[in-house]
Design a protein around this ligand. Sequence first.
Ligand code: GTP
Ligand code: MG
Length: 212
Amino acid sequence: MEFSKVRFLLSAHADRQLPPAEYAEIAFAGRSNVGKSSLINRLVGRTNLVKTSARPGKTQSLNYFLVDDRLYLVDLPGYGFARVSQQVRQEWRGLISNYIETRATLACVVVIIDLRHELKQLDRELIDWLRYLGKPMLPVYTKADKLSRNQQEKNAVALDAGLTLNAGERLLFSARTSQGVDELRRRLAAVVQASGQDATRGGGTSPAIDPI
Ligand code: GTP
Ligand code: MG
């Protein structure tokens, strides 16, 4: 999987606007302003495919991107953003949680966490909820460029402890320097293959071979 041929498909503000569930999907979740949209841009090697902003609350719907004609990347609105009304927050929460719980083709949720900060309760809750649902996930600690290598390691170990993760289960990333991007592509390609929804193997939901 190259992650090179990519185009914007649609923006969904409600369940009924989601596209037909025909390809594997990778969703990108995390706190508002953590760098979800920047990570997607880096993943697909484009500087401005997805709109990013220094102000939190930029992404306000589920944005679908079609990659290599066989995979959807889904940029989610951030959580924990205080400056939208209670009602809007509830709508987002409903839309996102319903999507994560019910989308049959959802192969993996990439949970993006700021490596600079202490673990936030909402991040822990998201990870625990994905575990409870049995959804494959990949935690990514981002903005690594803001820290020395030494500090990166220290902070990552603290986040691992707070989330009960092994170092091998997450990766460090920077949208600025591309740190971790090759590993991210490898892991996501493996996840799509393991989901049994890789269209190059004939599609469908039942894998032709057992995932390892
Ligand atoms: P919402 O859509 O508002 O939830 O935000 P988001 O999570 O999509 O974040 P976005 O990608 O828009 O980035 C937010 C800010 O963080 C922008 O100013 C980015 O330039 C900056 N940023 C994102 N990733 C990195 C990174 O790896 N390193 C550094 N230094 N800055 C980053
Ligand atoms: Mg965004």
